[in-house]
Write a protein that binds this ligand. Structure first.
Ligand SMILES: Cc1cc2nc3c(=O)[nH]c(=O)nc-3n(C[C@H](O)[C@H](O)[C@H](O)COP(=O)(O)OP(=O)(O)OC[C@H]3O[C@@H](n4cnc5c(N)ncnc54)[C@H](O)[C@@H]3O)c2cc1C
Length: 368
């Protein structure tokens, strides 16, 4: 490979956003490589034989309150409006999830449910969103009863499956991603802008890359002999530095994707299984874009430990010791001024899609 002015490693949303900016704004040539045989990273989707859009690496719903990010991506796609609602299988039935006032009514006898709802509203206020750890710390008999119920049924086993530890062993920000909502609003996300690219994420990113200044090379892992003036690395930062301080840990997932010869499998796009069963959720893909077919495709999601060569890195594990380890790599990174680390693997940070785009736009706008 000849020497590139700009070499981007990783054709996920972070890398693709940066390639688009360099090509369209700076009007400079840029090469983007990915070890996988497709672009779009973990947002990759495709249409199967039944014209159902499959999210290969798990359900991806775009949501943001950042108008700049929404407007930016809207240059490359129209949107299918989509407001995610999740049901969870708890105590033998499905209830609204994450827990809200409707779930309380669906879980308890009427009088008890009303008492719990009134108490939640009087203590925290209608419309508030609180974390399970906050609710558990509140000293009140009724709230403790509710907190213990939700903790036992929706968090303890879920954490054991998803993270391999207890809620207390992880950064509180993880529990805050699944708050208890003190209203009947069952929208999983509260952001102003929500949707799914009308023709899928892959098509959206193809359009972002559609510029003669951009060269895309798939099936091309980064190798240290590659020559560049500037490197933007959205792969794992620890791997770049040959794991010299040790490996940054991740959780992984296995997706068991199955086709069924029936119109629908379940009555909701995502049903979570926080308590029993080895999988954590079942996702039915035809709901994303409202695809019509006599068949349906669902994926069962099984969390597991990440092991190099065996599976993929999905979720960084937010704990003080992993932050310390990441900071050691960050210090090393600062000694290489023409190498920039970005994206969820480069920054070792769980980014939603909007945060990944925002991070890259901010990086680019500062001047590269
Ligand atoms: C199961 C799951 C569900 C999610 N659902 C949502 C959701 O509903 N809404 C939302 O906003 N966000 C969601 N996300 C987050 C979303 O996937 C990320 O925000 C997004 O993928 C970040 O893009 P990225 O480019 O930083 O990383 P990635 O998508 O991981 O892309 C990195 C790319 O770099 C490539 N790469 C790595 N190392 C090398 C190397 N050495 N050489 C060449 N290529 C390399 C990889 O193959 C990959 O394609 C979800 C994430 C997961 C795991």
């Amino acid at each position: 490979m000849t020497k590139c002015k700009h070499l981007i490693v990783g054709a996920g949303l972070s890398g693709v956003t940066l390639a688009e900016r360099i090509a369209n704004v700076l009007k400079e040539p840029v090469t983007i490589i990915d070890s996988r045989n497709h672009i779009a990273g973990n947002c990759f989707d495709y249409f199967d034989n039944n014209s159902i859009c499959i999210h290969k690496y798990g359900p991806h719903i775009f949501h943001t309150s950042n108008k700049e990010v929404w407007d930016y991506l809207s240059n490359f796609t129209k949107w299918h409006p989509f407001f995610l609602k999740v049901r969870a299988y708890v105590d033998g039935k499905t209830v609204a999830f994450s827990f809200n006032l409707t779930s309380i009514k669906e879980s308890f006898p009427e009088q008890l449910a009303n008492n719990l709802i009134n108490k939640l509203i009087s203590v925290f206020g209608y419309g508030k969103r609180i974390s399970i750890l906050q609710l558990r710390s509140y000293k009140d008999a009724e709230l403790s009863f509710l907190a213990d119920y939700i903790y036992d049924k929706c968090f303890v086993n879920y954490y054991k499956k998803q993270w391999g530890c207890t809620p207390e062993e992880l950064d509180a920000s993880v529990a805050e991603r699944v708050p208890i909502t003190i209203s009947t609003c069952d929208d999983y996300f509260q952001d102003k802008y929500q949707g799914i690219p009308l023709n899928g994420y892959t098509k959206m990113m193809e359009k972002m890359l559609d510029n003669p200044n951009i060269t895309v090379k798939l099936n091309t892992p980064f190798d240290k002999s590659m020559e560049y003036e500037n490197l933007y690395y959205t792969g794992p930062i620890d791997e770049f530095f040959d794991f010299q301080f040790g490996q940054l840990p991740y959780r992984s997932l296995e997706f068991d994707i199955r086709e069924y010869d029936q119109e629908y499998f379940q009555n909701n796009v995502v049903v979570s299984y926080p308590d029993n069963y080895d999988f954590t959720r079942i996702c039915e893909h035809k709901y994303f874009l409202n695809n019509k077919s006599d068949k349906t495709v669902v994926s069962f999601e099984y969390p597991s430990e990440f092991v190099i060569g065996k599976n993929e890195r999905y979720y960084p594990i937010p704990r003080p010791e992993t932050k310390d380890l990441y900071n050691k790599y960050l210090d090393l990174a600062k000694q290489n001024p023409n190498v920039h680390f970005l994206g969820r693997l480069g920054d070792y940070k769980y980014y939603n899609m909007d945060a990944a785009v925002e991070r890259v736009l901010n990086f680019f706008n500062k001047g590269i």
